[in-house]
Design a protein around this ligand. Structure first.
Ligand SMILES: [Fe+2]
Length: 278
């Protein structure tokens, strides 16, 4: 696609649903001893399935990290079982609560899972390329990009040839307005900024980690974080709050591209029958 090309001349409408941070535990366990994250994922998938006829065509679901709370094989087995109800093929990048080894073992048969190294992947859909970028630093809450991941991304961006791209990574590279989350965001995002600033094609960034919507820009590209599946991180308007969570504030992001990007927030309010104005 060339810059300035009229929207109506674009040949494809491509939509992607982004869900984030389901924090699934082994069956029978609750998040923080009180929250049933599995039930929340079931509800969200059921709601999205019911909405599909109204938002179709949607090509994929992308899970932007923290698939599990514990990173253990039993949690991935539980996540896999729950995702059998996904109404669409899905892909995922790891978050800080994930384990690369356990995640790879659980999803080794999926076409997007690399056999080794960082869990970076690319899917070329009609009219849109999806890029998944692994920011996991095993055992740490913050994220970082390895030299391998930077090289991989440079290669992908270099071969897009104007194709629009959605870039998914768990850790937001930008200021999210929540100081405690910024401290565990993407460390040393300079190399990523360099690569993206040099990329002039249409590209939107989708992140997770903060369990709420923050719309911003990074390296001249639009960037958005997705809400969580079961709970949100509490807002920190004065920059001094301690890190807290609250149940709710859940949903998904519907990314659309029809010549330009749009990101719509979907919440459980969208799953019920609409009430027309009297
Ligand atoms: Fe999370």
């Amino acid at each position: 696609m060339t810059p300035g090309r009229p929207i109506q001349a674009y040949d494809f409408m491509t939509r992607i649903l982004q869900i984030s941070d389901p924090h699934i535990l082994p069956e029978g366990q609750l998040f923080q001893g009180s929250l049933d994250t599995a039930a929340a994922l079931r509800r969200l998938l059921r709601g999205l399935a019911s909405l599909l006829p109204r938002i179709a065509p949607v090509d994929r679901i992308v899970v932007s990290g923290d698939l599990t709370e514990t990173g253990c094989p039993a949690a991935y087995a539980h996540f896999s079982k729950l995702m059998q109800d996904s109404p669409l093929p899905w892909l995922a990048v790891p978050g800080n609560h994930d384990s690369r080894t356990a995640m790879r073992a659980a999803f080794a048969a999926r076409d997007w899972m690399p056999a080794q190294g960082p869990v970076n992947w690319r899917q070329d859909l009609p009219g849109l390329t999806l890029l998944g970028l692994d920011t996991l630093v095993e055992g740490a809450a913050h994220g970082a990009l390895s030299a391998d991941s930077c090289d991989w991304l440079a290669e992908q961006l270099g071969s897009l040839n104007g194709r629009p791209a959605l870039l998914f990574l768990h850790h937001p590279p930008m200021d999210t307005g929540i100081q405690a989350m910024n401290e565990i965001g993407l460390r040393t995002p300079g190399r990523l900024a360099e690569l993206l600033r040099a990329h002039s094609g249409p590209l939107q960034i989708g992140c997770g980690h903060i369990h709420r919507v923050c719309h911003s820009t990074f390296a001249a590209h639009p960037a958005i974080t997705a809400p969580g599946v079961s709970h949100s991180i509490v807002l920190d308007p004065d920059g001094r709050s301690s890190l807290s969570w609250a149940p709710g504030g859940t949903g998904a992001i519907l990314h659309s591209f029809d010549g330009r990007f749009r990101a719509d927030l979907i919440t459980p309010a969208d799953f019920g029958p609409p009430t027309p104005f009297a």
